[in-house]
Design a protein around this ligand. Structure first.
Ligand code: GLN
Length: 454
């Protein structure tokens, strides 16, 4: 990590915000001892992992990529983190991210951007660019990300790694610092589909501490990935989403996508085109619902409870302390979304914006229901383009948001999705991703089809 991540010229990958060298080495030694006694806690005991800095880690800083949480050390572990520890995975450290997971490039981190290991002048995707870059740069074999609108899958696509967003409620959100509670899910970031499945088996399952956690027995995702690896797709019906193609989609990305669709046909799958007409409104819907939820969640950063406190000169009131702290502690993108969200929720506009967005969200879910009545999985490219250059879209929020076109519908409907590496686009030699979506609770299907494409 020292060699790749931090370079004196400032052009390292910068995947990590914090490396827990001593803790990880001690945990690795414990794991070695367990293995020597024949008491390994499972197949991933001793395999180190990087964790996105939006999940709380007892005794380790958790900043969410924001100045407002600088210096905050949580007193408890997120359930995902606790399960990693119980399964014996040493935690290498915390990975860089867009501030409070808002962004598609990791350039909105208050601690400087992460760079794409494939080309250091390009973005690693976002908001979980740190986790994806750590895995792509071989700094960590496994990582955890969170996906609210694509922040696991889109970084996966542009760094050539595997990223999975589980069914909403499949992985506990306890200790995940909420961006948008109705959309957030934590999930695996890995180099192979089998690795992702094994990691999902460790972190997933019911948690009484999360009221939205699903109470059911899940199948083994490891077995689903192993079954898919045989490559036989006979009996599987695949729908290609017609709305996720066309203008603005990079030719090389589309060409690779079509090749993989052809491969699925060769492997015995039946492939049809499926229209999901409401998906064209997904972006607008998401960018009302997300800021609404985020603006409410961020109210807790009030200069009293966590992290930073800026006290103006003189004898400031509590409100003046709060204002100065939030002004200094939040970056531009966070402020933009707080303004958008509070506006969409304000009494005069609630029905026109937030209420309307909730209705369209229902239509998007119905599109999925109708599609999955006919096909087993839906597929699309994960992102419209390969990695763009640092700075290229930073001053144009709309251009930044458009990267999430293909990933957002899954979050709005709560369905699971995977992005698998899909070869390099011809025009720039950069990685592209293939997305597989399945009905809620059928995460095993994304592993089966994903593994067949590897
Ligand atoms: N790019 C999206 C956004 O900015 C996705 C965020 C996420 O999944 N955390 O909101």
């Amino acid at each position: 990590i020292d060699a790749v991540d931090t370079r004196p010229d400032g052009r390292g990958v910068h995947a990590f915000l914090h490396v827990d060298r001593d803790g990880a080495l001690a945990d690795a030694a414990d794991s070695d001892a367990r293995r020597a006694r024949g008491e390994a806690r499972g197949p991933l005991d001793g395999v180190p992992i990087a964790v996105k800095d939006v999940l709380t880690t007892r005794g380790l800083p958790t900043t969410c990529g924001s100045k407002i949480l600088e210096g905050w050390v949580p007193p408890y572990d997120a359930t995902v983190v606790a399960r990693l520890r119980e399964a014996g995975l040493p935690i290498l450290g915390k990975t860089n991210m867009d501030e409070f997971a808002m962004g598609s490039s990791t350039e909105h981190s208050a601690y400087g951007p992460t760079r794409n290991p494939w080309d250091l002048d390009r973005i690693p995707g976002g908001s979980g660019g740190g986790s994806a870059a750590a895995v792509a740069a071989f700094e960590a074999p496994l990582a955890i990300g969170t996906d609210t609108g694509g922040s696991i899958r889109q970084p996966g696509a542009v760094t050539g790694t595997v990223g999975v967003k589980p069914t909403y409620g499949g992985v506990s959100r306890y200790g995940l610092v909420a961006l948008a509670n109705s959309l957030d899910q934590a999930g695996p970031v890995t180099r192979t589909v089998l690795d992702a499945a094994m990691l999902h088996d460790v972190i997933g399952g019911h948690d009484p501490r999360d009221s939205t956690s699903i109470q059911q027995d899940w199948p083994s995702f490891t077995e689903a990935a192993r079954a898919g690896a045989s490559g036989d797709m006979s009996g599987v019906k695949v729908g290609v989403i017609t709305e996720l193609a066309g203008e603005g989609w990079q030719a090389g990305v589309m060409a690779r996508f079509q090749e993989s669709v052809d491969l699925l046909v060769k492997a015995g799958a039946e492939v049809v085109e499926v229209s999901c007409p409401s998906f064209v409104h997904a972006l607008a819907t998401y960018y009302l619902i997300l800021p609404a939820e985020a603006s409410s969640n961020l109210a807790k950063f009030d200069a009293m409870r966590f992290g930073l406190r800026v006290t103006p000169e003189g004898n400031p009131s509590a409100e003046e302390v709060m204002r100065a702290t939030r002004d200094a502690g939040f970056g531009d993108e966070v402020k933009r979304r707080i303004i958008l969200g509070t506006y969409a929720l304000s009494s005069g506009y609630y029905d026109a914006y937030y209420g309307q967005a909730q209705k369209i969200r229902t239509l998007i879910s119905r599109d999925f229901d109708a599609a999955f009545a006919d096909v087993d999985v839906l597929v699309s490219p994960t992102a419209p383009t390969t990695a763009f250059r640092l700075g290229e879209k930073l001053d144009d929020p709309m251009a930044m948001y458009l990267n999430d076109l293909a990933t957002i519908p899954a979050n709005l409907a709560g369905v699971p999705g995977i992005s698998v590496p899909n070869g390099l686009a011809e025009e720039d030699g950069l990685p592209s991703g293939f997305q597989v979506l399945a009905p809620a609770l059928a995460d095993d299907r994304v592993y089966r089809v994903g593994a067949a494409l590897e």
